[in-house]
Design a protein around this ligand. Structure first.
Ligand SMILES: [Zn+2]
Length: 253
């Protein structure tokens, strides 16, 4: 239920055609998990907080370093050395005291991924490596939880919404995890653009309106200022969401 203050705070989005108070109530009732509280995760969690997502969980095992401060907008100079989810949650609670923020200072692994995702309505990829993205993708497929995959490099970004049972998953798109560079170049504005797109996707997936990036990869090129799309194809033999998964199980017997 929205309070009188909620109606004022979220008034400019409640008036959006096709969203309304019903849409705002859906956001209020939702739980979004942000995996990685770096450039993408900071900007995404800010806009989730502004939008009034009822419960946001932040997960990261890293601590804030000076070299993060060109892009990770919720971490400030005085936060160097603090755990990223704690540093971010401190600021988010001051932006919006009407929502719940949970900080988890740990790494997502094969062993804990399902438990961490359990209960989330949408999972946001704020990671910087495909190894962990693949772990997360497989757990999201098992839990049937929408996963907004995003990657950034320099002035480039890519984003797609993976909806288990409906769209290709990350393992359909990449047969093996691409190797990430040791130090990925990045300007702060790139994750800010991509994180804004992530939150737009999350809002539409939760409230159920508009056209999402289900089955499409959107590529952003900040050097040429172009957006491009690619239709994604499901791999029927995918080891995560296709028949390859059953075969794997059978082979284990
Ligand atoms: Zn797949």
């Amino acid at each position: 239920m929205l309070s009188d203050d909620d109606r004022i705070r979220y008034g400019r989005q409640i008036v959006y055609p096709g969203f309304g108070e019903v849409g705002q109530e859906k956001l209020q009732a939702s739980h979004v998990l942000v995996v990685g509280v770096g450039g993408l995760g900071c900007a995404a969690s800010m806009y989730l907080t502004y939008a009034g997502i009822g419960h946001i969980t932040l997960i990261d095992d890293d601590s804030v370093e000076l070299s993060n401060l060109n892009r990770q907008m919720l971490h400030w100079e005085r936060d160097i050395g603090k755990k990223k989810p704690v540093s971010a949650a401190n600021k988010l609670r001051r932006i919006n005291s009407g929502i719940r923020i949970t900080s988890l200072c740990k790494k997502v692994t094969e062993d804990n991924a399902d438990q961490i995702i359990n209960g989330a309505d949408v999972v946001i990829d704020g990671l910087d490596n495909f190894q962990t993205r693949f772990v997360l993708n497989a757990a999201c497929v098992r839990q049937k939880t929408p996963f907004i995959h995003t990657g950034v490099n320099g002035l480039l970004g890519q984003i797609t919404s993976i909806v288990p049972g409906k769209t290709p998953c990350l393992a359909c798109i990449y047969s093996t995890p691409p190797v990430s560079e040791e130090t990925i170049p990045v300007f702060g504005a790139t994750p800010a653009v991509m994180a804004s797109l992530q939150v737009m996707e999350a809002i539409k997936l939760i409230a159920g309106f508009g056209e999402t990036l289900e089955g499409r990869m959107l590529y952003f090129n900040g050097e040429s200022m172009e957006f491009a799309y690619e239709d994604l194809v499901k791999n029927p033999k995918c080891g995560v969401c296709g028949t390859g998964r059953r075969n794997l199980k059978e082979n284990r017997k």
